[in-house]
Ligand binder design. Sequence first.
Ligand code: FPP
Length: 279
Amino acid sequence: MKAIESLKAANREEERLIGELDPHRLPRHIAVIMDGNGRWAQRRHLPRIAGHRAGVAAAREIIETCARMKKINALTLYAFSVENWRRPKTEVDFLMRLLREYLRKELPVIHKNNIRLLVIGRPDQIPDAVSKDIDRAMRTTAENTGMKLVVALNYGARAELVDAFNRILEHIRHNGASQEPVDEQTISENLYTAGLPDPDLLIRTSGEMRVSNFLLWQIAYAEIYVTETLWPDFNRARLFEALIDFQKRERRYGGLSAAPAEEDVPQAVEAGAQGRARH
Ligand code: FPP
């Protein structure tokens, strides 16, 4: 029960939803495509950047709530994709500034909550000032043992797979080919997410039925939850609804019955290079 006791309901709706949650069946890893900041702002006749600012506030609430639930090992947020560079420079610059501001302001809170920050994606193209703040936050939280907060920044799943294959090739160039063929575990271990369990639940806000080049390998068995709620409106209650929906699903992993033995669940091995998440 501990996982849920640590959540204090702020209102009747949250109280009801927390009551419906099964603390023993929480996802170990939640991945989120945070979409709809622009539309949220547009509906309010505000500039898009106001939507992104509200998006950060939503992210803060979801991060803290997931960390408090204890059983959730990892939360991965899609903050900036390799395709997002196509947006107007002013918006890209604002998103980078916002990320720095978030890291600077929230680092003490993240650290206090025993959260470990990891960043996945290609480090090139990221402005130096942002990289410095990321490195500092990752170093500060490196020994934390609670939830891993994984920020996908300049991330693309196909780029990740290309990088993984090139890492494997590089290894072969240095050490010679092994007698063993490349298997799923080798590929998982060479992804940015090496060492993290695969997401059990993928949440996408604002209604689009797409996975948008996000964690394509890792979501092979994830339950997908799409909500019409725009990201800035995705609060604790909406998260609880997503978790309750997840708990109603029967997860079969291609087999016939639910609840597979732990060793049958396909996922990246736990040991390994979590610190390499940003390579
Ligand atoms: C999508 O809205 C959201 C993004 C491009 C990502 C930005 C995310 C944040 C600012 C949240 C903060 C994250 C962290 C890690 C603190 P959109 O602009 O695509 O919306 P639209 O589809 O309505 O135009």
